[in-house]
Design a protein around this ligand. Structure first.
Ligand SMILES: O=C(O)[C@@H](CO)OP(=O)(O)O
Ligand SMILES: [Mg+2]
Length: 430
């Protein structure tokens, strides 16, 4: 692509299998530049994956894998990508990502896999940041001219259900949002106070405090209402004002509950299979009965009609409506959402998109159509803290990482503390 002798050009590429927080194989990339700058990045992996995501090449399923399958996927990708990327200019992220897509040659990256491709895309950005001697968030901010960086408001799992817990609540995430905090560090303090209060209360009530995939408590409640009540109680116990200092967010992850054969949502907690209209009534009632400030994926990724009705029913109220599986960090689907008046925010997951440049384009599209953005981790994570820097660099406003209990989550929370310490950055554009 360019002359291989430039200090910022790629000298070598290495892809390997490592383990994620579920103990399952995932991909890590090293990108080495001619001046010795080494960028390393690891990609996460979802459990409640949407069908419009970039394709992740895996070895086996959630509960079973053969052993070296991801190593073979990594090696195959390395063999094709390395010769084409040698000498590429690491500072030209657009070009690198375009070449990665071109080599794969499929729209959803199913040939080489979205996972090795994203790992290289992110590792190249990190190598470029090291080469330019900038913190990653500052380098990434340079890729989005005109965007003001800021520290994001965390949205944090306290209780988990659905595909992440294998017991209890049908809905996947029950989170708290410390919107009244004055700073990121205060927000994090409040979160950990609410989390310990929730643990104490669950113990007092005789429920288990076993943890789910993202470190959220998995008490085995049957009904969503029990989880929501515990959250309200935990916030009150800490002396914080419910709904003002700290409010509640939920991720229904409804695509996991939906059967396209029957067209119904199966809710074990209430012992019923709901039609789209019944589901609309159910989630609307929950949003009106509890101090919920944000709801994600209340309906299936292809069930657009209730999405439209729900969005228009809550228009003008203080409820953020987030599309995760619905938009799959895909500019085309987000554009459709904007035209159809569906949702008011988009969850941003790098591995749903497949490249850094593609993800930044989706965030730009969100800004252009007035949608809020929530940068998000996956349920299977690594110790890589890239998304913390990404959220700051893009002034995303919000971040969803999981609970504050496990190191693969804390690597992001703690990275944000370090960035806060650098000073001069506003908290969520306040
Ligand atoms: O649905 C989600 O928002 C994420 C994180 O909670 O889960 P997963 O990575 O399993 O898709
Ligand atoms: Mg989700």
């Amino acid at each position: 692509m360019t002359t291989p002798t430039r200090a910022c050009s790629i000298a070598s590429l290495k892809l390997r299998q490592i383990l994620d927080s579920r103990g399952r194989p995932t991909v890590e990339a090293d990108v080495l530049l001619n001046d010795g700058s080494l960028g390393r990045a690891a990609v996460p992996s979802g459990a409640s994956t949407g069908k419009y995501e970039a394709h992740e090449l895996r070895d086996g399923d959630l509960n079973h894998y053969e052993g070296q399958g991801v190593q073979r996927i990594a090696a195959a990708a390395q063999a094709e990508l390395q010769p084409r990327l040698l000498g590429a200019e690491a500072l030209d992220q657009n070009r690198i990502d375009a070449v990665l897509r071109e080599i794969d040659g499929t729209p959803n990256l199913q040939r080489l896999g979205g996972n090795p491709i994203l790992a290289v895309s992110l590792a190249a950005a990190r190598a470029a940041a090291i080469h330019t001697r900038q913190p990653l968030h500052r380098y990434l901010n340079g890729l989005v001219p005109g965007v003001a960086p800021s520290l994001p408001l965390p949205m944090t799992n306290i209780l988990s259900g659905g595909a992440h817990a294998r017991q209890g609540m049908d809905f996947q995430d029950f989170l708290v949002v410390p919107a009244g905090a004055e700073s990121y560090s205060q927000a994090l303090e409040w979160i950990s106070q609410v989390r310990s209060a929730a643990t104490r209360l669950a113990v007092r009530e005789g429920f288990t405090t076993l943890l789910a995939d993202e470190g959220g408590l998995s008490p085995g409640y049957e009904r969503s209402e029990q989880a929501l009540s515990l959250l309200v109680w935990a916030i009150e116990t800490t002396g914080l004002r419910v709904g003002e200092d700290v409010s509640i967010a939920i991720d229904v992850a409804a695509s996991q509950l939906f059967s396209s054969n029957s067209g119904r949502y199966s809710l074990r907690g209430i012992g019923a299979d709901l039609t789209s209209q019944q589901m609309l009534i159910h989630v609307s009632e929950l949003c009106r009965s509890y101090p919920i400030s944000s709801i994600e994926d209340p309906f299936d990724q292809d069930d657009w009609e209730p999405w439209r009705q729900f969005t228009s029913a809550f228009r003008g109220e203080r409820l953020q409506i987030v599309g995760d599986d619905l938009f799959a960090t895909n500019a085309e689907r987000l554009g459709t959402g904007g035209r159809e008046g569906v949702a008011s925010a988009v969850l941003i997951k790098l591995n749903q998109n497949g490249t850094l440049t593609g993800t930044l384009e989706v965030m730009e599209c969100a800004r252009a159509q007035g949608y809020a953005t929530v940068v998000s981790a996956r349920s299977g994570e690594t110790e890589d803290s890239f998304i913390a820097d990404l959220a700051v660099a893009t002034g995303a406003g919000q971040i969803k990482i999981g609970s504050v209990r496990n190191s693969e989550r804390l690597s992001k929370y703690n990275q944000l503390l370090r960035i806060e310490e650098e000073g001069a950055l506003p908290f969520r554009n306040k």
